[in-house]
Design a binder for this molecule. Structure first.
Ligand SMILES: [Zn+2]
Length: 456
């Protein structure tokens, strides 16, 4: 029966919100052990095996498992992070950690019931609905062919150092099913209907990060006599300007073709956006929001964002440091990035020392999998004509650690038509975060259906 689990998912979500597992990026924040214990207690007694992992005191993660029986059947992990980002309470019209249930208004003006609080859409809603689906399967004494895992993970919001990254590095075996593999991970950042629900986006890839520090060298001297001097700030200004103008060629891969092919843009625009010779000119004709996103999806991007240099007003500076936020497409390596920088700087490259300050390669999963067909079918329960749109996101989630191990990872979910994608978008890490309870019920049924279809 549709919506049968709505109340149970709602209550679990309220409890997860009230635990206030706020991750501010410092190692002792988060306190996800509170949510890990809550999930453990919730799932215990349903006859499942549960393991807890302590990467650091207070930062537990947990895995629950229903073991499969057929060595040829796949393994699926439902992964939900248990931490949330901080709030600015002044911007909220309700208690951000109250988990209150209130009547609101959908995008067509209809009354809806919503759970309020930090994490309501990112992503305690999914973490709760996955747990309820998992428990329902366990208590029905389900004996699947393939293994089902439920993973409640800490520290997603600060890069997974004490969560998924640590687990994949130190406890990879815990994710392997009866077939010795982890075939699929399903997690956040997808499933919102576009337009009237003819298209539903699923995240299949994430751009990489290749931050660089450029140290521009000059010769010190007295500021009263600048003629003919080698001033590092002047040189750095030229470096910044070259970086801002630099455009490595667009890369129009299979993912881009699928995204544009499935979009509702007019045919002549689609053709132009798929043509390497015309895409740059076409981007400038789109509305600024779409242009920015489409540019980021098809280019490795360079944004010089921090500059430090100079010591005193009367001293010609000999050093300026420029930090550049570089985001890479799937397949672009660190060496490629260094090559791009040399190309951007031209003859100035010899006067700039480049160091790597942070990096994480881009990742992507194929959209041609049996799971894709299952997601399509299960989405069509709510949006009968929906086609799934494979999407690349420009941010990062825990999926990247699993893709790095060869696992297919998708960002997905299922949401009621009563709230628009635009409404959801403003609530991510924003004020007044909330979720309608109808979506909580739909999501729970979605995971139940997927697990049943895939694992048998
Ligand atoms: Zn999230």
């Amino acid at each position: 029966m549709a919506g049968e689990h709505t109340q149970e998912t709602t209550e679990l979500l309220q409890a997860l919100i009230r635990n206030q597992c706020v991750n501010d990026g410092t190692p002792d924040s988060g306190n996800e052990t509170r949510n890990s214990d809550l999930l453990r207690t919730y799932l215990e007694g349903a006859g499942v095996e549960i393991q807890t992992f302590t990467s650091r005191p207070g930062r537990d993660s947990m895995i629950a498992r229903i073991e499969g029986t057929d060595p040829d059947a796949p393994t699926l992990c439902l992964m939900g992070h248990t931490d949330v980002v901080p709030v600015s309470p002044d911007g909220w019209s309700q208690d951000p950690f109250g988990g209150e249930l209130l009547t609101g208004t959908g995008h067509l003006g209809q009354p809806i019931t919503e759970v309020w609080g930090r994490g309501a859409i990112d992503m305690l809603n999914l973490t709760a609905s996955m747990a309820v689906a998992f428990k329902e399967l366990a208590r029905s004494n389900w004996k699947p062919k393939g293994t089902l895992l439920y993973y409640g993970v800490a520290d997603e919001e600060a890069g997974g150092v004490w969560g998924a990254k640590w687990m994949v590095d130190n406890h990879w075996d815990s994710f392997l099913g009866h077939n010795g593999r982890l075939d699929y991970v399903l997690t956040e950042m997808g499933g919102w209907p576009h337009g009237g629900g003819e298209k539903v986006g699923i995240t299949v890839g994430e751009k990489g990060i290749a931050w660089r520090r450029l140290r521009v060298k000059g010769t010190p001297g007295h500021g009263s006599m600048p003629y003919g001097t080698d001033n590092a700030v002047v040189k750095a200004a030229e470096v910044v300007s070259r970086l801002a103008k630099y455009r490595p060629a667009a890369r129009l891969d299979e993912l881009w073709a699928a995204r544009i092919g499935a979009s509702s843009l007019p045919e002549h625009l689609k053709a132009a956006l798929l043509d390497p010779a015309r895409i740059e000119a076409t981007l400038s004709e789109l509305n600024p929001g779409t242009a920015k996103l489409f540019h980021a999806c098809t280019h490795t991007t360079f944004s010089p964002n921090v500059v430090h240099g100079g010591v005193k007003t009367n001293v010609i500076p000999d050093t300026v440091e420029i930090d550049v936020d570089i985001r890479t497409l799937p397949g672009v390596t660190n060496d490629d990035v260094d090559g791009y920088l040399r190309e951007a700087l031209g003859e100035l490259a010899d006067e700039v020392e480049v160091s790597r300050i942070f990096g994480d390669e881009a990742t992507s999963s194929s959209a041609r999998t049996p799971m894709w067909d299952i997601l399509t079918r299960r989405t069509q329960v709510v949006y009968p004509d929906a086609e799934l749109l494979p999407e690349l996101i420009v941010g990062a989630t825990d999926s990247r650690f699993f893709r790095g191990k060869g696992t297919v990872a998708y960002g997905t979910g299922l949401y009621a038509p009563s709230v628009s994608f635009e409404q959801f978008a403003t609530r991510f890490h924003g004020h007044d975060e909330r979720i309608d309870i109808e979506s909580l019920g739909l999501c729970t049924d979605y995971w139940l259906g997927i697990a049943g279809d895939l694992l048998g």
